[in-house]
Ligand binder design. Structure first.
Ligand code: GDP
Ligand code: MG
Length: 162
């Protein structure tokens, strides 16, 4: 059994991703999940949540000194639901960030989620954990252990050499 926050450095590494309110409203959830799944990453946790200010503040705790923090917390906690997700696979934390693009969508390469789907930094559609340690903290913040599945993916033998 895999610990629910994953095993960094293995094919059971896990990351936290979240479709932000703009992505939900623009009906991009399916597109985002599709990109991660077709890469070979496994969706092991999924729920729609309308986070309160407390949850969003905890999530963005490291940014509280930044000038945009207040607006960010307000936006994320008062614009309707987000879709919280846990994805599993080798390198999913760092490569998930590559697939997302950089923070500013206008600096994100085409082919990335933000590069293809977003324009503004304050409406950049998706969150992804920035490192394996934050990934474990964020999974624990947004999900209970029983909300993350232990899935034996039948395609695994065709995605991984071993
Ligand atoms: P991320 O890891 O790429 O999402 O970026 P950060 O962790 O640095 O920031 C978290 C979120 O805050 C970003 O995804 C943006 O939505 C928002 N943000 C970051 N920098 C800025 C900024 O300069 N202005 C505004 N308005 N929002 C920002
Ligand atoms: Mg970040």
């Amino acid at each position: 059994n895999v610990p629910y926050q994953g095993l960094p450095g293995t094919k059971y590494e896990r990351t936290f991703m979240m479709v932000k309110p703009d992505g939900v409203q623009r009906q991009l959830t399916g597109e985002i999940i599709k990109r991660m799944e077709t890469k070979g990453y496994v969706l092991v946790g999924l729920k729609m949540v309308t986070p309160d200010e407390k949850l969003v503040s905890q999530h963005y705790d490291d940014l509280k000194a930044r000038p945009f923090y207040k607006g960010l917390v307000k936006y994320m906690s008062s614009s309707g639901p987000v879709v919280a997700m846990v994805f599993q696979g080798k390198g999913v934390v760092d490569y998930g960030r590559v697939m997302i693009g950089v923070t500013d969508p206008l600096k994100s390469a085409p082919g990335t989620i933000r590069g293809d789907l977003s324009v503004d930094v304050g409406r950049n559609t998706i969150h992804g954990s920035d490192g394996t340690s934050p990934a474990q903290d964020e999974i624990a913040l947004w999900f209970k252990p029983e909300e993350v599945a232990d899935i034996k993916n039948c395609a695994s033998a065709w995605i991984y050499e071993k």
